[in-house]
Design a binder for this molecule. Structure first.
Ligand code: ADP
Ligand code: ADP
Ligand code: MG
Length: 496
């Protein structure tokens, strides 16, 4: 056991702050790193100490392993938490941190390596008899053999980069006629983005839910799961709304998925916090997708329904402590929903939007949690992920958590950049979401920019508040479009 006294957080934005808060509660001092673009960022001011690690592009700053490790040594930190993205799933970094005599707050480099390859991960899952998405768990080496496999699996198929992540490196192939072109594109994209051209084939499940299991292990062989998160509302294969628990899992399926997730974690000698992702079809049959060997963006919903602070547990595990609970000590209480507030324009295909946060006012209140790393007046840097905040609500029931989310979104005032907030408001009130009968096609099936021009509610008072908010936000006489009443009544009809 070796106590952590000072922790360097090799990340930025909301996750850097979120990690520092837990560390501070544990009496651990914090060191921030920052690029020149983040000199004035909140995470830099919150930390006890901060070190500039380079110019704005992340390749020259947040991805500079040796510079970050040197910053830890120079400040006397004894551990590094990588957060998510950046170096969080980089086995070379985990190894370098340990070789420098520092604690890496995360799994072993060997676990990261094994699960960082989707192919190796599938092979490990298969060895544990965990169901896999139909396809192959070997890299494509021969074009014609691959076509044979695709025909066997049945079109549509997905060609996937073994080293892919963040929704990138996937190509849907509708039929054999498209195979050659998509294979070439997938390989060249995989080489360009991940430096590894290995690709494999999976059956493309046409209406799947994405449901994942949070796991937590210690260095003494204990592994538990903290139930599921449903993350089916996605754009570009990336999550935008997440919740726990899922509206559709039965206790038996939850237990079976949990057991499979623990088995996958065990297969790679896992410790720390990790996530085992599954695809679930209409019959609630589930298939292993991949494992993320890090803290996940959507971890707060799990924290709210279990009462476990995942960052604190990660830190205790890294110190060598034994998990303070067993599986039977854990249970689900209430319901939590998270939305990702990204600087993206839902009216323009969710493309990143840049600008200055002219207005930035957070919602508050019972059961409302905002994890953010920005403040009013800040420029949203173009160099990094466009996510600026996460808004999370927690209530006794799913319905109440969704109602709370609508209220919180209405009280979230952001101007200067377009955000995903209006889309999320739409999603929260959509019949498919409310019924739980939705899958990863949600955006393509139900969302068009026009739905954002409809009034949120035909109720006069809400309408007045809506127009007033727009008025104040634009800073000039209402340029707001008149709400389309016929559409509202149509929406109400659909709903009942
Ligand atoms: P989560 O499953 O935790 O929601 P995401 O897939 O949304 O994670 O990714 C979280 C962050 O990490 C995003 O900034 C994403 O761009 C980045 N990311 C995840 N995996 C990779 C990867 N393999 N390569 C580069 N960036 C990644
Ligand atoms: P990443 O590493 O980018 O997170 P994943 O394998 O986790 O890659 O897939 C990301 C998303 O892509 C999933 O949540 C799901 O929406 C979609 N997806 C992945 N594999 C399949 C599949 N075989 N069939 C249908 N959708 C898939
Ligand atoms: Mg994934």
């Amino acid at each position: 056991m070796s106590a952590i006294r000072k922790l360097l957080i090799a990340n930025r934005g909301e996750i850097a702050l979120r990690i520092m808060r837990s560390a501070r509660e544990m009496g651990i001092r914090t060191v921030a790193v920052f690029s020149e673009a983040d000199r004035a960022a909140p995470h830099v001011r919150y930390a006890d100490e901060a070190v500039c690690v380079g110019p704005p592009p992340s390749a020259q700053s947040y991805l500079q392993m040796d510079v970050i490790i040197a910053a830890a040594q120079a400040t006397g930190a004894d551990a590094i938490h990588p957060g998510y993205g950046f170096l969080s799933e980089n086995a070379v970094f985990a190894r370098k941190v340990r070789e420098a005599g520092l604690i890496f707050v995360g799994p072993s480099a060997e676990s990261i390596e094994m699960m960082g390859s989707k192919i190796a991960a599938k092979q490990a899952a298969r060895r544990m008899n965990v169901p896999l998405v139909p396809g192959v768990d070997e890299a494509i080496t021969d074009r014609n053999a691959a076509k044979g496999i695709a025909a066997e699996v049945g079109y549509p198929v997905l060609i996937k980069a073994s080293a892919g992540g963040g929704g990138k490196g996937m190509r849907v192939v509708p039929s054999e006629a498209d195979f050659d072109e998509q294979l070439d594109r997938a390989v060249s994209e995989a080489v360009a983005s991940f430096g590894d051209g290995s690709v494999f084939i999976e059956k493309y499940i046409t209406s799947p839910k994405h449901i994942e299991i949070q796991v937590l292990g210690d260095q003494h062989g204990n592994i538990v799961h903290l139930f599921e998160r449903e993350c089916s509302i996605q754009r570009r294969h990336q999550k935008v709304v997440e919740e726990a628990p899922s509206a559709v899992l039965t206790p038996a399926i939850r237990e079976a998925m949990g057991q499979c997730a623990v088995d996958v974690a065990r297969a790679c000698g896992y410790y720390g916090a990790g996530t085992v992702e599954f695809i679930v079809d209409e019959n609630l049959d589930f298939y292993f997708l991949e494992m993320n060997t890090r803290l996940q963006v959507e971890h707060p919903v799990t924290e709210l329904i279990t009462g476990v602070d995942l960052v604190k547990e990660m830190i205790r595990v890294a110190e060598g402590q034994v998990l303070p609970f067993r599986q039977e000590d854990l249970s689900i209480r209430g319901h939590a929903i998270e939305i990702r507030v990204c600087a993206e324009d839902p009216r323009n295909q969710f493309l990143p939007d840049v600008g200055t946060l002219r207005t930035y006012r957070r919602p508050q209140g019972n059961g409302v949690r905002v994890d953010d790393g920005v403040e009013e007046g800040m420029d949203i840097p173009i160099y990094y992920d466009p996510m600026i905040a996460k808004l999370i609500t927690y209530a006794a029931t799913r319905e109440e958590a969704a109602q709370k989310m609508v209220r919180a979104i209405d009280e979230y005032h952001i101007s200067g950049v377009q955000t995903t907030l209006p889309f999320c408001r739409f999603a929260m009130q959509h019949e498919a979401f409310l019924s739980g009968r939705f899958d990863t096609r949600f955006v393509s099936l139900y969302f068009t920019p026009e739905v954002l021009d409809e009034a949120p509610d035909a109720d006069e008072e809400a309408l007045a508040a809506f127009l007033a908010a727009r008025f104040w936000e634009s800073g000039k006489a209402a340029t707001a479009k008149a709400p389309v009443r016929t559409s509202v009544s149509k929406w109400k009809q659909n709903r009942s």
